[in-house]
Write a protein that binds this ligand. Sequence first.
Ligand SMILES: *[C@@H]1O[C@H](CO)[C@@H](O)[C@H](O)[C@H]1NC(C)=O
Length: 284
Amino acid sequence: MGIHFPSWRIILSVLLVLLFVRSSSSRMISDSQLKDSAGDDSQLLIKNGLVDHQMHHMDPSVHVFFTLDDLKAGKKIPIYFPNKDPSDSPHLLSREETNSIPFSLSQLPYLLELFSLSKDSPQAKAMEYTLRQCDVEPTEEETKICATSLESMLDFVRATFGLDTQFKVLTTNYLTYPVTQLQNYTVLEDPKEILAEKIVGCHVMPYPYVVYYCHKAEGGDRLFEMLLGGEDGERVQAPGICHTDTSQWDRDHVSFRLLKMEPGTSPVCHFFPANNILWVPLSA
Ligand SMILES: *[C@@H]1O[C@H](CO)[C@@H](O)[C@H](O)[C@H]1NC(C)=O
């Protein structure tokens, strides 16, 4: 059951790398840039007075965790949903396009030149991190992939579910826009459990173009569809996943601190950023 751990470690590390990239860039923001409000995350954070919080305590974006007790209409959960217009998100390149760009740690010097990044920049570190994660050989069967195109993501999903299985996609949907990034959301309806035998989760990695880290969820993970209401009338439809066995997780894992729990005591659930994709068989 320790197989939860590698994918978890990666998701958590991605959070940390994104924080690293973002806090480095916010340090470089000048006062004049602050005054004109481009939609950049780090500027929003500064304006909301959250930077101190982010730098010295915890990034507000770690507020994605909840417990099984919260899966009831009327419960309130503090959640951070990034206030980015999802339709502005970069899209996946096609396989033809990515075939002409190497994707390997050994090619990093060439890639840094291609994307005009200096070797010591936070972006270069993030690229190196992603390539390192993606170079790792899968342990037993193929349970994860770094997809640089929609085609390779679909190939992985088909290989996981079987060629004859139809499937659907679940993502976090902002039914209203914009949303307040961190606030208490109310669970508006009793969450619906999706009884999927297999689940594939795909998370965006820090990289100059869209790269998804996709992995198969474990037996024992439970998936729910939730409808959430913000304090200003925002509505968010969001899948939430609950990991039943956390006994192998690091006891310093941020979720334990937020939920005031210990590893292995009770399930840890979390939401997903809007650009993440969950795949489940249609029969579910
Ligand atoms: C959520 O509600 C709790 C309890 O009322 C409060 O202490 C907390 O500050 C609120 N969090 C946010 C982000 O508004």
